[in-house]
Design a protein. Sequence first.
Length: 319
Amino acid sequence: MKIGVIGAGRWGCTLAHLVQTAGHKTIVFCLSSDIKRLNTHAVTDTRLSQLLESIELTLDKDKLTGCQLIFVAVPGKNLVDCNTQWELQKIEVPIVMAIKALYCGLGRDLVLPTDLLFRDYAYFACGAFPEGILNGSPAIGTVYCASRNLGEMVRDSLPIKLMRCYTSSDLKGGQIGAALKNVIAIACGIAYGMGFDEMTLAALISRGAREISRFACIRDAHAETFADGSSFLADLMGTAYSPHSHNRQAGILLASGVTRDQLEQSIGTVEGIHTVGALDILQWPYSHLPICKAVSEVLRGLPPKKAMENLLNRPLKDA
């Protein structure tokens, strides 16, 4: 197949590398600013050079026509600009959203990345970092899609030796889980930066998974999306524990006193920060998401120690 990937950031380049490794002709569609950044960084960033080896970068919208499948893998904050540039609704081939973000709609309701689309579409989420993929470390992911045929088509576009993919019809649960797990990873980074050990991180991951699952199921997600053995749990644990995770790194920096405004200048895109921004506007989800609320409070200036005290001093309840 000929497959396009819209987005030349860290995740987009990783996804393009995966698709090419599976034997498909791969094109990365990006903005001129992306190409300038890539040309500059590729000189010193060996990892980036390896990811993009033999992959075509283009600004040519006409080349979308020859693709049989399009992945959209831009940072969540850039989705509106991406749609303006590439006119996603006009693309006639199936689109696979691979964006880990949530948005606030006009009616103060939750908006998912795929809500932008009207044709055949799927959503893909996995726990993988460029460093691991380049080292040959296998990971698992899930393709969420209402159409089984399209879901299997997307699954088969990825190399099984690096990405073992499952399929699910739970489009809501897949997107909510993929976005909110970044916020829990920030919480784990904060805890690690405060000097807490692995058991504290495990507690945050465990309870974080529970609050995400409960919240998502209120929104009509499927409980099995968050069950033992799910790619959601793999994604959550990997993002919370990996030193390559920007969300974990952000939490560590927050614990050291770095401000919200300074974070992305230091480490690049931190998807969890932008998801918290949407939750801050909505507010109502925080009644179901105490750990996410604590991260929001730290981002708004509450000392991490006080945020941890607030979490631990909540009323006790049944498991």
